[in-house]
Ligand binder design. Structure first.
Ligand code: AMP
Ligand code: MG
Length: 349
């Protein structure tokens, strides 16, 4: 082969390599632009779980949003079946109907321990040991309105004696719990826990997934709308249709506890499902309490605790923000009060 032929061959090779690289670069750019332009499609799925409506509204480019929705619904069903205190066969049912120490799995141990810890940090306002009282008032079953009744003073006192976080003992070495006769009821934390578990599940599958999960008005943001915009969430009017406020969230969670969710009226008195652990009667002082927090568990726990503490609303407005929680309360007379930082979430930005 002549020298000039070899040079020609080298030149051809060079041109080939350069054009291949250029082509690959163009394909890469086109692909990136295409993926960026692919519209984010949200898929919504609904289910009835934990006695209320579960709405899953997610978008993902990695998985079909429907399959993410299904995963979330399945997780809610699992948690509901496992921790419903009044369902024979659940772990909590077993704990409530056993004497002495009961061996449990790690998840149960952690959740019950967390719930009892919140009992201490809320000064007893959030109390996961009110199962006997909740059962007595007829709030244990979601579907039987006819089970609602006003118990006698003696009945309330007897059930109250067999309640209280201080009674619950933990053995963290052997993963054992001794309820010492109290009935656990995790209704004030279970929704928040399920929201956090499903949030983690979705983010593990696709860190870029966006949307929200809504369990009966308690909402966990998975990611901003279309990756940038806030979700607009209405705060329900506790005494009528429509919303009394709107909040804008791109992350975190919001929960509302209200006396309008599960209640009955006898002789003009409203009896509802959030009990004051001090006297065993429905807590008075608020119609609803809305809490914004970084995660679903905190929002759930503190909305219930804030509701119970409503008579001390000035204390709540000052001290909840110290633990990173913003709060809005509709008091018993309809007056609305808010913590100073709540306003931040009332504007779209
Ligand atoms: P929420 O709707 O999150 O405020 O939770 C209300 C549910 O929590 C009730 O249906 C009960 O199962 C349970 N519960 C009632 N009173 C309390 C309380 N003082 N502390 C913790 N949980 C409670
Ligand atoms: Mg709650």
């Amino acid at each position: 082969m002549r020298i000039s032929d070899r040079k020609d061959l080298l030149r051809v090779k060079k041109v080939f390599v350069v054009s291949s690289v250029a082509l690959l670069a163009v394909i890469g750019v086109v692909l990136i632009v295409y993926l960026r332009r692919t519209p984010v499609i949200y898929k919504e799925k609904e289910a009835f779980v934990m006695g209320t409506r579960l709405r899953v509204f997610l978008a993902s480019k990695k998985f079909s949003p429907e399959s993410l929705d299904d995963n979330v619904i399945e997780e809610f069903r699992r948690i509901d079946a496992k921790f419903d205190p009044y369902r024979e066969g659940s772990v909590i049912y077993k704990l409530n109907h056993s004497n002495g120490w009961v061996k449990v799995d790690r998840e149960t141990f952690n959740l019950v321990e967390t719930a009892v810890r919140y009992c201490y940090t809320t000064g007893g306002a959030f109390d996961p040991t009110l199962g006997r009282l909740i059962y007595l008032w007829g709030f244990a079953k979601f579907d039987e309105r006819k089970s609602f009744r006003v118990p006698s003073k003696e009945e309330v006192e007897r059930a109250l004696e067999r309640s209280g976080c201080k009674k619950v003992e933990f053995d963290d070495k052997d993963l054992m719990i001794n309820t010492n006769g109290v009935w656990l009821d995790l209704g004030g934390i279970a929704k928040g826990y399920a929201l956090e578990r499903s949030y983690a599940l979705v983010k593990n599958l696709d860190p870029d997934a966006t949307g929200f999960i809504d369990i009966g008005g308690e909402i966990r943001i998975v990611g901003p709308k279309y990756g940038r915009a806030p979700w607009v969430i209405g705060v329900k009017n506790p005494r009528g249709p429509g919303a009394i406020d709107y909040i804008y969230l791109t992350k975190g969670a919001v929960a509302t506890s209200g006396d309008y969710e599960r209640y009955f009226i006898v002789n003009g008195v409203r009896y509802h499902h959030i009990l004051n652990p001090k006297d065993g009667y429905p807590a008075r002082g608020a119609r609803s309490v809305t809490v914004i927090a970084d995660d679903g568990v905190t929002a759930d726990v503190y909305s219930t605790a804030g509701f119970v503490m409503a008579k001390d609303w000035r204390y709540v407005l000052v001290h909840f923000p110290e633990i990173g929680v913003q709060v809005m309360m509709v008091l018993g007379d309809g007056k609305i009060v808010k913590s100073a930082g709540f306003e931040y979430y009332e504007k779209s930005r």
